[in-house]
Design a protein around this ligand. Structure first.
Ligand SMILES: [Zn+2]
Ligand SMILES: [Zn+2]
Length: 394
């Protein structure tokens, strides 16, 4: 039986998290990718147990190694969706205060508004909405333009890892002496505050055997990222089995999101309206194995009865990986980028409920074992920060 496993990492030395192939300038990512995590566990496992009979089973496609994001008190950072906007002068949540004591001008989400724009008819009605549409792209406090928000949020604040840079002198491989003319710039990350309860966290799904065998290694440090030989990347870590997620709780979330979305977007309430917000790169292919973000392919991968796409804002990005079997980098693939967002509707049915619950907790698309395809169904962000239709009506 596969179980959901919470993985928590606490870096004990700075991490260099980079997927760049240019080794002269390594800039660090804001997360630990699933394939980085899997590689680190595989290296630790081998160093303790050697290549025993369980190795292939543990690191095969049946176990999902998730992406890890900054986390505090059980809440995990999520990338701002592409529909999240804020004032270009003071971007951030109203509750956030800058160093001069000024409040930021607030965060809005334009997903429902953009969907409404798509559904309302041309003519008189659309003219009366035009004010909302235009004014929603301006700050309601100072009337400057709003621009898309980037980065991550945790509840109602923006969060990021602490970033620093170091320069290293290259070593001549032939003579073993320093070559000052070759400099390596390393960007490293650390938890933003060492004393609080921050960690890097994700939830994977593993067979019992994998959990047992890896849990045995918990007292060894895990080394991950680049430049491990220079003392970067040492982490302590913890595994914990999670309770199976509740279908009832998911249904309530789906219902309340759907109700709000239907009212806002003026669409019929008989169907479920749900959002799909991409957390990690999501690899979808069409029948000819071509990478895709096309409407009909998204719907095919969702695998729901009578589903429709109401609105989408997505882009593709390249992804890489490591082929464990061949010990080689994988070919570049194309994935739907994190922060991409879709608003869909589907028939209310038990089957659709189960399918959406599955997607929410287990992901969608290819290479899920490396943490690709983690998505959030009906994220409360879209409801909580939906731009008020009346907000700028003057
Ligand atoms: Zn403003
Ligand atoms: Zn659930």
């Amino acid at each position: 039986m596969a179980q959901f496993v919470e993985i928590k990492l606490i870096p004990r030395s700075p991490l260099v998290l980079s997927q760049s192939r240019n080794n002269q300038m390594l800039s660090s990512l804001e997360y630990v990718s699933g394939s980085t995590l899997r590689g680190a566990f595989a290296a630790l496992y081998q160093s303790v147990n050697g290549m025993d009979g369980d190795f292939q089973k543990i690191f095969s496609a049946s176990n999902r190694f998730p992406y890890l994001f900054l986390s505090q008190s059980g809440q995990t950072a999520f990338p701002f969706p592409k529909t999240a906007y804020s004032c270009k002068r003071y971007n951030g949540f109203e509750t956030e205060v800058d160093k001069n004591g000024r409040n930021h001008h607030g965060v809005v989400d334009l997903l429902f508004l953009e969907a409404l724009k798509g559904t309302c008819h041309r003519g008189k009605e659309s003219l009366s909405f035009q004010n909302y549409f235009d004014s929603s792209y301006r700050c309601s406090v100072c009337h400057e333009d709003r621009k898309p928000l980037q980065g991550y949020f945790l509840e109602n604040r923006q969060v990021k890892l602490f970033k620093g840079q170091r320069t290293h002198v290259g070593i001549d491989r032939w003579s073993g002496t320093a070559r000052p003319q070759i400099l390596y710039f390393l960007e490293f990350v650390q938890l933003p505050d060492q004393s609080s309860d921050y960690c890097l966290r994700g939830v994977g799904r593993w067979e019992e055997k994998a959990f047992e065998k890896l849990k045995e290694l918990e007292h060894y440090p895990l080394f991950l990222g680049k430049s491990r030989t220079r003392g970067y990347g040492e982490c302590s870590w913890q595994l914990q089995i999670q309770n199976p997620p509740s279908l009832d709780a998911f249904e309530q979330t789906l219902e309340s999101f759907s109700k709000e979305a239907a009212e806002y977007c003026k669409v019929q309430k008989e169907r479920w309206i749900f959002s799909l917000t991409v957390q990690t790169p999501t690899i979808l292919v069409d029948a000819f194995l071509r990478y895709t973000a096309q409407e009909k392919e998204i719907l095919r991968w969702l695998g729901l009865e009578a589903a429709e796409l109401l609105y989408s804002y997505s882009e593709l990005q390249p992804v890489w990986g490591w082929n464990m079997a061949h010990g080689m980098p994988k070919e570049e693939e194309w994935a739907i980028a994190p922060s991409s967002v879709y608003l869909c509707s589907a028939r209310r049915s038990k089957e659709n409920l189960k399918r959406l619950h599955h997607i929410h907790h287990q992901g969608i698309g290819l290479r899920q074992e490396e943490g690709f395809g983690q998505v959030w169904i009906s994220h409360s962000f879209h409801v909580q920060y939906a731009v008020k239709k009346e907000e700028n009506n003057g």
